[in-house]
Design a protein around this ligand. Structure first.
Ligand SMILES: O=C(O)C1=C[C@@H](OP(=O)(O)O)[C@@H](O)[C@H](O)C1
Ligand SMILES: C=C(OP(=O)(O)O)C(=O)O
Length: 431
């Protein structure tokens, strides 16, 4: 399905934020790894969170769900012996479960998105699992991947953090369940460091003890621990909401998004600070972000690694700012659902934006007068490219047609409904 985005001068109204993808995947996993019954209130519903639901069920968890909660009977440290798992296009779900299946005799992760997740690297995690005595078969570090576990006991593990924090999160989820203590040393840089704060928060809620250094570069994990069954409540999602806030920032708007915690550990809450730095009129009080956009924005410089999943939305806002914006320290955007630097900037250029790339930077020469539009956009299987190009389309002179926009459902299936509710002119069309 494609979406046509038409120029929309103003957005008005109020929406509840979608539920956080990152917390939902983590709570589902922590509940599955507990023996006993856990409850998760307001879990996210999207392709990625559904992938985690499907896989933990395949591994032996029992799930019962109604409109507002999911009740999970976990399998503890004894997942069922399954042959295959299908994570769809969900990177975090794949990496976390590659760690957990170190507890299984032999599991193959199949390759259902050869042009997206199928291209993403997992070498650093494969190497770390090897240090635990887990045999991993793979296609040059890519899917399909077979994990032959069952022998892992714990020990000293060195893992690179220079491509993704998800490899480290994977190790943090599984090592507490191993018989012996582990130490984890992070080599090189740790990208998306803030996300590790979310992993540690969830592990602590599940009663798991981890001794982390202040810089998150080394960890001591006592072995033989058990996840406690818990009641969790999922907070609102900043990465998805960032796109709606960017849309409000580039139009004449009066838009409120509810359920966005000020004290959240999600790095993408920086969208609020970045829009503020861009002089967009907004407030953030009592978990409500209120944007009263006047369409005028100033350029900004920002370390994007602090808010990795909101950078594309920030860039979309910068397309209409006065001056030149720079988003630096963003190389790992190249290893996501698509190359979020080269592929994304190519689509922005098609729409009429003036953008430049460096290996680890995005530079945007703003066009406050608006961009031409009137072209077809390739979604590159990437929900965040779809959301960001929609923001650009709202302020293009001619409509944008976003091909295969249904991939937005990876994280935010109701994105276009939310925008429509705010008055955006967006419309689904069959190919
Ligand atoms: O741990 C997680 O849930 C995630 C970590 C981040 O990935 P990287 O660590 O690869 O940057 C983020 O982009 C992704 O959407 C979710
Ligand atoms: C990169 C993302 O997800 P993942 O790595 O889990 O596929 C994302 O949600 O933007």
């Amino acid at each position: 399905m494609d979406v046509i985005v038409k120029p929309t001068p103003s957005l008005n109204g109020e929406i509840g934020a979608l539920s956080s993808k990152n917390y939902t995947t983590r709570y589902l996993l922590a509940a599955a790894l507990a023996e006993g019954t856990s409850t998760i209130h307001y879990p996210a519903h999207s392709e990625d969170s559904d992938a985690m639901r499907r896989c933990i069920r395949d591994l032996g968890a029992v799930l019962e769900e109604d409109d507002s909660k999911i009740v999970i009977q976990g399998f503890g440290s004894h997942p069922r012996d399954v042959r295959e798992l299908n994570v769809g296009n969900a990177g975090a779900v794949l990496r976390f479960l590659m760690g957990v299946t170190a507890l299984c005799p032999e599991v193959t992760f199949v390759n259902t998105y050869p042009d997206s997740l199928g291209k993403r690297p997992h070498d650093d995690l494969i190497d770390a699992l090897g240090q635990l005595g887990v045999e991993v078969q793979h296609e040059q570090g890519r899917l399909p991947i077979t994990i032959k576990g069952g022998q892992a006991k714990g020990g000293h593990i060195r893992v690179s953090g220079s491509v993704s924090s998800q490899y480290l999160s994977a190790l943090l989820f599984v090592t507490p369940l191993l018989a012996e203590d582990s130490t984890i040393e992070v080599l090189n840089d740790l990208k998306s460091k803030v996300v590790i704060g979310q992993t540690l928060e969830v592990l602590e809620q599940a009663g798991i003890v981890i001794h982390a250094s202040d810089d998150y570069m080394s960890f001591r994990v006592p072995g033989g621990q058990a996840y406690k069954p818990q009641t969790y409540t999922v907070q609102g999602d900043y990465p998805g909401s960032a796109a709606v806030l960017a849309a409000a920032a580039v139009t004449q708007s009066d838009v409120k998004i509810l359920r966005l915690m000020e004290q959240s550990k999600q790095g993408e809450r920086a969208i609020v600070d970045v829009l503020r730095m861009m002089e967009v009129p907004l407030t953030h009080e009592n978990d409500v972000v209120h944007v009263q956009g006047n369409g005028t924005l100033k350029a900004v410089e920002f370390d994007g690694d602090a808010a990795t999943d909101a950078v594309l939305a920030m860039v979309a806002a910068a397309v209409f700012a006065e001056g030149t914006s720079r988003f630096y320290n963003v190389e790992n955007l190249r290893y996501k659902e698509c190359d979020r630097i080269t592929d994304y900037l190519n689509e922005l250029r098609k729409a009429g934006a003036n953008v430049e790339e460096r290996q680890a930077e995005i530079i945007v020469h703003g066009r406050p007068e608006g961009v031409e539009g009137g072209v077809e956009i390739n979604a590159h299987y990437d929900h965040r490219v779809i959301m960001a190009l929609t923001v650009v389309g709202l302020r293009s002179k001619e409509p944008l047609r976003i091909r295969d926009a249904h991939h937005v459902a990876k994280s935010y299936p109701q994105y276009f409904d939310h925008l429509q509710a705010l008055g955006a002119s967006v419309q689904w069309v069959k190919e």
